[in-house]
Design a protein around this ligand. Structure first.
Ligand SMILES: [Zn+2]
Length: 399
């Protein structure tokens, strides 16, 4: 064990420059959701260069590398799409320079989350070189469309590619901590149906905007009363948009719609959250529904799902959480204290829907996700590549 441990750490260090250069190469390619063609091709050739046993791109555009062919199935997941830059005036450097300087790699996606991808590519190289994991099937997935619809890519991988791992390591940024859960979320729309009348005689109509406003104030109250979980925190709801319709600006509005961003804590479900909203609009001419996502991938394939992203958390004493703790201990020589993401990840589908165990470990601090001046420490990339290889080493000893 110690021997492998030393070897993993020294190899991750040896490939430091290479890992940073791979990340820089990925960052230089702009890759917003649904537009990942170029970055996917780059990742595919990167895995081929590093000697993976097989690399393919699935019909949705996910890039899947494989090492080993054994019974135990492990997957590393990192999405290769990013959000846009936002106003360039908030950036003090070019978001797509991919510059490596002063111990950092700079640019959009360096933290969220191409850094995790570059790190697992190096981990794959370490596995090949040491022979670790050859008794397992280890998949390395560069997934697509995550920023628009978290988990959709994994619905495809599980249902259509037929890849069902025993455990998935999400490489979203965790600031080098072990993460084991997150709140879920869902998007709900409520439509209000009023009656239009001439604006000069509003008493003849029924104003849908007033209905929506009364409901909106109830939503504000509902937010205060939502349950909390000691680990994941409180459920929440907020209104992100209100839209209305009227035959004219001189008429009573006969249509309104509010859009709810609902975050779900432990124990809250699609049904419980929808029931609350239905109760709140009882007696109104209104209808609540869960929204759906359906978009074209860069491959041209159209795919979608309901915008319900279930809450998930792993028991602290779970076999794979313990294996994660052990790998952490091997790399950092200290105990880990498992934490959680504030944002949402592909774990909502992998664990939330399909019940496949998920743990998270990734380079970079999540405060840089979707923010200007995004950058990741090269030291983090080195530690992450060591952790991923150490996780495989731990599992091969724990059979
Ligand atoms: Zn992300």
């Amino acid at each position: 064990m110690n021997e492998y441990n030393k070897l993993i750490i020294s190899l991750s260090e040896k490939y430091r420059e290479n890992t940073a250069a791979n990340l820089s190469r990925l960052v230089r390619i702009k890759s917003m959701s649904g537009k990942e063609a170029e970055v996917a091709a780059a990742l595919k050739s990167m895995m081929e260069e590093e000697g993976f046993d097989e690399v393919f791109t699935d019909p949705l555009g996910n890039v899947v590398g494989r090492i080993g062919n054994g019974k135990k199935k492990v997957a590393f997941d990192g999405h290769i799409d990013t959000v846009d830059t936002g106003s360039l005036s908030n950036w003090s450097f070019d978001p797509f320079s991919g510059e490596i300087k002063d111990g950092y790699v700079y640019g959009r996606g360096s933290v969220d989350q191409k850094g995790g991808v570059a790190s697992f590519v190096t981990a794959g190289r370490i596995l090949k070189e040491t022979g670790l994991g050859k008794d397992m099937t280890v998949h390395f997935v560069g997934s697509v469309m995550e920023e628009d619809c978290d988990g959709l890519c994994w619905k495809y991988i599980i249902e259509e590619d037929g890849i069902k791992p025993d455990v998935v390591v999400s490489t979203e940024p965790t600031n080098l901590n072990l993460y084991i859960g997150q709140r879920g979320r869902m998007e709900i729309a409520v439509e209000f149906f009023g009656l239009s009348a001439h604006g000069s005689a509003p008493e003849r109509g029924d104003n849908a905007i007033y209905m929506a406003s009364r409901a909106a104030l109830k939503v504000e109250k509902l937010n205060e009363s939502l349950p909390s979980d000691p680990f994941l925190g409180k459920g929440s709801v907020t209104i992100s948009e209100i839209v209305s319709g009227s035959p004219s600006l001189c008429a009573v509005a006969d249509y309104a719609r509010i859009h709810l961003d609902r975050r779900l804590t432990w124990g809250e479900t699609k049904k419980s959250a929808l029931d609350e909203i239905t109760a709140l609009i009882r007696g109104m001419k209104a209808k609540a529904c869960i929204l759906s996502y359906k978009e074209k991938a860069y491959t041209g394939l159209e795919y979608g799902m309901e915008k319900y992203y279930p809450t998930w958390k792993m028991p602290e004493e779970h076999f794979y959480v313990n294996a994660g703790k052990e790998a952490f201990n091997r790399v950092f020589k200290k105990e880990s204290r498992p934490g959680k993401w504030t944002f949402s990840t592909n774990g909502v589908v992998i664990n939330g829907v399909y019940g496949i165990p998920v743990i998270g470990f990734g380079p970079g601090n999540e405060i840089f996700a979707h923010a200007p001046d995004e950058k990741v420490p090269v030291d983090d990339l080195v530690s992450a590549s060591a952790f991923y290889a150490a996780f495989i080493a731990t599992l091969s000893e724990r059979k």
